[in-house]
Design a protein around this ligand. Sequence first.
Ligand SMILES: Nc1ncnc2c1ncn2[C@@H]1O[C@H](COP(=O)(O)OP(=O)(O)OP(=O)(O)O)[C@@H](O)[C@H]1O
Length: 339
Amino acid sequence: MSPERLLDVDNVQVHFPLREGLVKAVDGVSYHVNKGEVLGIVGESGSGKSITARSIMRLLPKRALDAGGRVEMQLRSGEHFELSSYGRNSRAIRQVRGKHIGMIFQEPMTALSPVHTIGSQIMRTVQLHMGLSRAAARERAIDLLAKVQMPRPEQLVDAYPHQLSGGMRQRAMIALAISCDPALLIADEPTTALDVTTEAQILELLKQLQSELGMAIIFITHNFGVVADIADRVSVMYLGRIVETATVDDIFYAPKHPYTQALLRSIPRLGVDQGRRLPTIPGMVPDPFSVPPGCAFNPRCSHALAGLCDVQEPPEKRFGSQMSRCHIADQFAQEPVHA
Ligand SMILES: Nc1ncnc2c1ncn2[C@@H]1O[C@H](COP(=O)(O)OP(=O)(O)OP(=O)(O)O)[C@@H](O)[C@H]1O
């Protein structure tokens, strides 16, 4: 691992053996995150974004089968830690969760307990991982609430989650996730349930915290607009695989996978698309029990070549730092989809 590398995810596979058949929810996913960078992971519902992130934390649903792959992280001490070699409830992994990796979700109550005050939940975490005294932990909890820009932190530290608005609960969850100064924050659709104004405020807060604390973020979303705002690099997922990875500029101005291009065409442009019907991607995401042979996107792809795309799985093609899993990736000119 190079010194700037924080996380390496290599060929991770997560399956669900269900009565109807085997679902390969994550089918050989590889990516990396550098220290202090924001990696956006984009894709439609069911593409495997959340399960990939959960596999890093070893927080897979009970029915999931860990079918292989390796996840390694470089801790702040320089020590390499192989997360994939530990079980969900192992002592080692519980040390890493919360301390080295924080996680925030769409629904704050996934992370917050309804029966404890915001302050006591933060205090418990920092006492456990940072060895602070009760008084120092309370002080840190108040500082953290101030850092996430909650008003009157000295009072809100004693509030229960249900006493806060949705946006404030989101801030409290962020305070808890960053309480031990993690090197990595995994953000799984953290702004999806919020109104546009609150969403913009939370994104602004995350950007501010990211540059202030120097932490890396894996930002999972189905919304390309959000990615443009926050990410340095982007990976696009389709049916359990990463189909394209590139810098945010290359993703928007020179996408080399027809799925990325189709997702970009469906973003509304301010002032241009108002009142106009937006193109949507034809067809539906296929049933996860019967993924099409060849390139899984071929039945929905306007560029698909019969006898190639419906037969052969596309290899990873590289163009500098950009990767596309498309047979004809080299044919896409460097032209913006969004002119
Ligand atoms: N608990 C579960 N039991 C069975 N299958 C599951 C379970 N959780 C996820 N899956 C399967 O894994 C696939 C990927 O799920 P995942 O939650 O990672 O998708 P996602 O891209 O994050 O979508 P969303 O945005 O809807 O959360 C799903 O389509 C589903 O087939």
